[in-house]
Write a protein that binds this ligand. Sequence first.
Ligand SMILES: [Zn+2]
Length: 106
Amino acid sequence: MNKVVEILNSLHEDTVLVKNMHSGNQRVLGGALNNWKKIKGYDESDVIKCSRCKIKDAVHGGHVVKADPNESKEWYIVPLCVRCNEKKDEKPFEVNKDDLVRVVDM
Ligand SMILES: [Zn+2]
């Protein structure tokens, strides 16, 4: 069993494994977080926790795809803090399924 499949099997049903896509355009990313808040019913001034570390405040809408190779390669936005958004590792991380907003819905 490969590593990703192993991690996937250990996940809770309400979470999903994703990978950061590093779109790199900070201005667009900031706008993406505001769009994310709007879609989720938050105000722009509401403080959202980072989906990755669950500790720091999110300042970006980070572009991610699902890590499961059997899933579609559709892009999603999740709230990320500065540090998690800048992480250059390709390690998949766990987020709540509720945190995913499809980029095409924005
Ligand atoms: Zn974070």
